[in-house]
Ligand binder design. Structure first.
Ligand code: SAH
Length: 349
């Protein structure tokens, strides 16, 4: 049987200390290594100047060291948003986005290679799921972008390709590492995890009592409308999803964000807005309205500006917090999974 090697960058400091003990190294080496991995963001062992050659050899024999290679970077001429296409060690491709806001720099990361959730308007799901990302591979996207831009990342959104709650254990390890005070030390409050609504894992997440923001991809305000856009709605009824959102707020005190992609003629009518008001009434939440980013594989179109405004006004009249999300990087392959798909299509031609 093939040996499965331990993934060095996915280990906590405590776990790394235990590893050092097993391989006959002093505990302080763990701290040094951890710093190279998670603070100095070393790409490989060569950069680790205070680690002896003998230890580097043990490590490269016994452990895997993930790193990403930049395949392509697209920079928006409108707002400086950068979209990265990375190759993982096994050759799979993932994409991440770097966005500059007034309040800080934000990175949107992928949690899986591909996705099996099947949302009808989403490019990431078209080829299905390849595999979940390791905690280290989620970190690597942030680390590689920090190195490339030479700027600090203050916010992380897990909203790229993949369903984070379909890669639950690795997601939790990733959050522990990125928020660790010995690492990049990003505040839990500056992390958002977006889910299509896997109810049992939303509840498991609530029980972890973290201070991260949970974003729920709603896209329809009735069970029927939601089911037309999102196959996951076959499995979980809208009532159950909303109950899990309430539970998340009650347990963590964190306001829920609802993502609502406006699809022309599908979910953007006045009646849809009224249904949405009814659905979220009494809930402490924020609604992000996102005009759908059309992908060429599907016939959906974005809502017209006037319909977006009418929709937003309806919500505001009922005192529901809503923003129309600024469309970052529309001039580059902005929608989830579009850059990766374009590469796949090119390769299969
Ligand atoms: N699987 C997670 C996170 C990834 S998608 C989730 O479903 O939330 C991040 C957000 O972008 C989701 O709200 C998703 O529904 C939305 N999205 C995907 N493709 C889109 C598109 N073409 N236009 C607008 N929003 C899209």
């Amino acid at each position: 049987m093939e040996d499965i090697k331990t993934d060095l960058k996915s280990l906590s400091l405590e776990e790394l200390k235990a590893e050092m003990e097993t391989i006959g190294e002093k505990p302080f080496r763990a701290k040094q290594l951890y710093e190279w991995l998670h603070v100095k963001l070393a790409r490989d062992y060569d950069e680790m100047t205070n680690i002896p050659k003998s230890l580097k050899e043990k490590l490269s024999d016994g452990y895997t060291y993930t790193s990403l290679n930049i395949v392509e970077v697209q920079t928006s001429k409108i707002d400086g948003t950068k979209k990265y296409l990375f190759a993982l060690n096994d050759g799979n491709l993932v994409e991440s986005v770097w966005m500059k806001y007034h309040h800080g720099n934000s990175v949107c990361i992928s949690s899986q290679v591909g996705c099996r959730m099947g949302c009808r308007f989403c490019a990431s799901t078209i080829g299905g799921l390849e595999r979940g990302l390791l905690p280290s591979e989620m970190l690597d996207q942030i680390y590689a972008i920090s190195r490339d831009t030479k700027e600090r990342v203050s916010n992380v959104v897990v909203m790229g390709t993949g369903e984070p709650l379909d890669n639950f254990d690795n997601l939790l390890k990733f959050i522990a590492l990125i928020t660790d005070e010995n690492g990049l030390n990003i505040s839990q409050r500056n992390i958002t995890v977006s889910t299509c609504g896997i109810v049992e894992n939303m509840r498991r997440l609530a029980d972890k009592n973290l201070q991260i923001t949970l974003a729920l991809s709603l896209h329809g305000a009735t069970q029927e409308k939601r089911r037309a856009l999102m196959p996951i709605a076959e499995k979980y009824d809208l009532d159950e999803v909303i109950a899990a959102c309430k539970d998340y707020f009650e347990k963590t005190g964190r306001r829920i964000t609802f993502e609502y992609s406006l699809v022309g003629g599908v979910n953007d009518t006045e009646e849809d807005a009224e249904d949405l008001c009814r659905l979220v009434s009494g809930l402490n939440c924020h609604i992000n309205l996102i005009p759908v980013n059309p992908i060429k594989e599907r016939s959906y179109v974005e809502s017209q500006k006037k319909d977006v405004m009418r929709f937003k006004d309806k919500l505001e009249k009922k005192h529901i917090n809503a923003t129309v999300r600024r469309e970052m990087g529309r001039d580059i392959d902005g929608a989830c999974g579009q850059l990766r798909r374009r590469h796949h299509n090119k390769e299969s031609q």
